[in-house]
Design a protein around this ligand. Sequence first.
Ligand SMILES: [Zn+2]
Length: 760
Amino acid sequence: MAEFLELEAQDGVRMAWNVVPGTKQEAGNCVVPVSAIYTPIKPFPNMPLLPYAPLRCRNCRSVLNPFSIVDFAAKIWICPFCFQRNHFPPHYASISDENLPAELFPQYTTIEYQSPGEGSSLPPVFMFVLDTSIIEEEMTFLKSALSQAIGLLPENSLVGLITFGTLVHVHELGFGTMPKTYVFKGSKDVSKDQLLEQMSFFLNKPRPATGVIAGARDGLSSESISRFLLPASECEFALNSVLEELSKDPWPVPVEQRATRCTSTALSIAASLLGACVPGSGARIMAFIGGPSTEGPGAIVSKNLSEPIRSHKDLDKDSAPHYHKAVKFYEALAKQLVHQGHVLDLFACALDQVGVAELKVAVERTGGLVVLAESFGHSVFKDSLKHVFQSGDKDLGLSSNGIFEINCSKDIKVQGILGPCASLEKKGPLCSDTIVGQGSTSAWKMCGLDQSTSLCLIFEIVKKDIPDATVQSTGNQFYFQFLTYYQHSSGEMRLRVTTLSRRWVAGPGSVQDLIPGFDQEAAAVVMARLVSFKMEIEAEFDPIRWLDKALIHICSRFGDYQKESPSSFSLSPRFSIFPQFIFHLRRSQFVQVFNNSPDETAYFRMILNRENVTNSVVMIQPSLISYSFQSAPEPALLDVASIAADKILLLDSYFTIVIFHGSTIAQWRKAGYHNQPEHQAFAQLLQAPRDDADAIIKERFPVPRLVICDQHGSQARFLLAKLNPSATYNSDSHSGGDIIFTDDVSFEVFLDHLQRLAVQ
Ligand SMILES: [Zn+2]
């Protein structure tokens, strides 16, 4: 485990197989695909930043790296990807094995280039899109959160404002004391040309030829642009006074009807306005949505309250009348935003669903942030929004305009990426015919990315059989190179290059060679992203069956056992927790979707699809810490048997943090013992999990929800749902402090079945 973490600390990458199954057949037998979870701009304090352009192979364009073979005398380097011999240019004339450029240092497998003069001074752009079809109380919360956020915006950033409800209002902020808005009907999508026309962008000048989309700024003058996008330093007053005046949508809502809310039209107008004003520069649409969209092409439900909002059951039966139309609309919006290089961030705050499931495609393809909370007054929203604009060591490191490219050894192809990015449709010999996620390309757009954005790359090994002679050889290496161009939060353009080398094995005995290279945490996370993806795109897909089959196959291939003897079964430590991960994954929110709304499921999956391995593991198998008088805080089994009357438990399931007081602790607390000077130790015991929870909350984005509850209380379900039901109402052993009312199998039963099936 430790060595995988070390590799991650050097390159930001975790691979399921660090010794790679070397042939197509071998890889197929390994079930978990050859794959990598890569965090392209993970911060590394000691990573060199080179002030010159990278040297590239003249054949395959890969970048010079520590795995290149260098002939110092002849001043030649051999590319490890295509074996091309490349001459060093004259300014490398002084290199020798004692005078290496940084990119050849063996420890600098990850390095960054910053080309002088290539920096762009374009300021970051924030287009706020506000839902006003919300109750007054929510309006007050939203306004207060926003005016705080506006105070935190970088001074040079440009800011715009659109509000919507029944109609869409585009606010002209650059109008000084005379605030002015342009109003659009919410029911009809507005094309970019119509938008430009209506907003009289071309009042004083000839209209440029149509059809120009990105790049040429559509011939807009900077005065035109500055009517709608103003530097934060100049518009704080104007923006705050517009916010102050802003009231909820004035149109009456009849009883038995939902409010009119034209979310999709507002977002489409925001996208077109940014497309006209700042194409190609790092801009974010920040959408604040407080209820279901009921009007326009992206409506998720009708206004009639008697029609319920779609559930997982409806989606399953294909009986959600608005779903496909809305998704199609947001796919088109995603395409437009990716083309423009812009990001959609979604802050969805309502008790009801708002349409996160439909919006997911636009948020995910553009690398947007997503926060789901029940109210604009909830700390999950307020603190998350603050976190976005926070600077200092908790800075998210928001970056933009990313392009991600890869190179691999010729026996490897790429099936695709599961994660926040969009295919740039750069086809080539590297692309596999099997497509997973964003595939059929070797380059991807990442409109928005930050320090924690993590992509999951799925590879395919295409090498067929291997002649016996090569099997014996020890020098079998596969190479991977990941290239990330992006606009650093400082504004300058950077290129991050990570080059990896992994040994491959094939033939008899290779199973024993593969075992030490198996990273079971990374493998569990890859399986979680894969199963979520398959559930979304494959009709009739049975996730439990798929996971069980995969696990049985892995155990029978890599386990130690005598045939037909379940009791002889054992797994190497490298595989030993994997069954437990799969057990919890089967019970997780990613697979058991019927316990949640489609919006919640979409939210959980979007976060899973962008987080690193460590965080994703917490989502799959929450961590549990136990606090008691008897010992220091210690990790506890994620099992109902960990509950005890005189203990406090702290559960971290990533999205929710639960502090659970055993019944005795709860009684003492209710009696106020912690306030009595002679019970200081009890006060400390109560406080310790609070402090630990606070520390987690401060680090995490989006901010998790905190639940504080007591044994036998109604909120205790947040803990019980995550525990292994080793004691249920239909088992005999009630030794723990609690039982769980469930028909789910316990881990012991699960493991029992697994061992029986694996040894067959
Ligand atoms: Zn090459």
